[in-house]
Design a protein around this ligand. Structure first.
Ligand SMILES: *Cc1c(COP(=O)(O)O)cnc(C)c1O
Length: 394
């Protein structure tokens, strides 16, 4: 099997698994308990917090553990909205290519009376910092722009946007789920106030993530209960998962230069290879792009059929995001970069991991070429395109 769907989830690293099992065996106490066994769990939890903080240039007290990226996004946005409301500021700026954890939270806030403005992206999937500067108003309480896109891999100018928000004194949140552990992120340099991350996207366990909230940014709890996480996230902490997440992140950060160089080389090999397919186009920016992300549209085919046939050949890939596939709507991200419905339907996302070999990359190129040609062989849309009844778009 060739696993090329790391943007959906990653396999746990050996280091993370070791931390997880060691904690489950030895440090399973409740961190809120006062006896030594509980206090050992508390120490392990705080050590995990310190490691995570160090990995992103934060202070330990600025990190709270959540169940994952979605919860962190929800809490970050809700908290900023609450702070805004108290000051009579109800305008929120975001982008059209955010993850649904952000978009759906914003939709909910809109129903509660907030005004949500989604900035359009360029055809390469980029937001310009000036767009943010121009759109910020007196009553803007939050700017939320993702660090890197989960579908097309574009990396946004986060430090520039952060700088604008800091100058205009508007809270800035970034969904960094695809960036953390893959590209360098530093919350001080980037001037972000709130940042979301998820362990299973960087070879940690599923069901755990974290929210960074700059000192002084008051969080609203989504879950009522005990006083865990300084009263901002009730519920007994998942110490083994937190320790495993910290171990995975520490390892990912230490190996980042090496991993990123390797992935970038294979990514560009795939982009060159797949780019040879006629009437195909790369989605997203060729340079400002996650090291492991490849995303193409192939005219005249259905992404779902392509995925099933690649699965038959042992290749795990994705078309649009996992949440979008299974529904008939094409990806909102591909529509946002200007792909028309028919073309957006024929998309393929490969998100490779560091263990991929050159031979596997070449295998992917061969298989995608063959399967695309095969599917076009009985596609009515392709027939019309070839007969000149419809103009080619790509
Ligand atoms: C995966 C993902 C999320 C959701 O994270 P979970 O831990 O699965 O809840 C949010 N945002 C982005 C960009 C993601 O890729």
């Amino acid at each position: 099997m060739i696993y090329a769907d790391n943007a959906a989830t990653t396999r746990m690293s050996k280091t993370a698994k070791k931390a997880l099992t060691e904690m489950m065996d030895g440090v399973w106490g409740n961190p809120s308990s006062l006896y030594v066994h509980g206090q050992k769990a508390r120490e392990a939890l705080e050590e995990a917090r310190e490691k995570i903080a160090a990995a992103i240039g934060a202070e330990p007290r600025e990190i709270i553990f959540t169940s994952g990226g979605s919860e962190a996004d929800n809490q970050a946005i809700r908290s900023a909205a609450e702070i805004g409301k108290q000051k009579g500021k109800t305008h929120i700026l975001s982008s059209t290519i955010e993850h649904h954890a952000v978009l759906h939270t914003l939709e909910r806030l809109q129903k509660e009376g907030f005004e949500v403005e989604l900035l359009p992206v360029s055809e390469k999937g980029m937001i310009r910092p000036e767009q943010v500067a121009e759109a910020i108003r007196e009553d803007t309480c939050l700017v939320t722009v993702m660090y890197a896109n989960n579908e097309i891999g574009t990396i946004q100018p986060i430090a520039e946007i952060g700088n604008i928000c800091r100058e205009k004194q508007v809270l800035f949140h970034t969904d960094a789920v695809q960036a953390i552990g893959h590209i360098p992120v530093n919350v001080r340099e980037d001037q972000v106030d709130l940042l979301s991350a998820s362990a299973h996207k960087f070879h940690g366990p599923k069901g755990i993530g974290f929210l960074y909230a700059r000192k002084g940014v008051r969080l609203t709890s989504l879950i009522e209960g005990g006083a865990q996480e300084r009263g901002k996230r009730a519920g007994t902490e998942n110490v083994p998962a937190a320790a495993a997440m910290a171990a995975a992140l520490e390892e990912a950060v230490a190996r980042m230069p090496e991993t990123a160089a390797r992935l970038t080389a294979v990514r560009d090999r795939l982009i060159r290879g797949l780019g040879q397919i006629p009437h195909a186009a790369l989605n997203g920016d060729a340079e400002r792009r996650l090291p492991g992300n490849v995303n193409f549209c192939f005219e005249g085919i259905e992404g779902e059929s392509l995925l099933l046939l690649l699965d038959d050949r042992g290749i795990c890939a994705s078309s649009g995001s996992a949440c979008t596939s299974g529904s008939l709507d094409p990806s909102h991200v591909l529509l946002a970069i200007g792909r028309v419905h028919d073309v957006a339907h024929g998309s393929l996302r490969l998100s490779i991991g560091e263990d991929i070999t050159d031979a596997e990359a070449d295998q992917i190129i061969r298989d995608v070429k063959e399967v695309v040609a095969y599917l076009r062989g009985f596609s009515p849309i392709w027939r019309d395109l070839m007969a000149g009844k419809k103009p080619f778009i790509l």
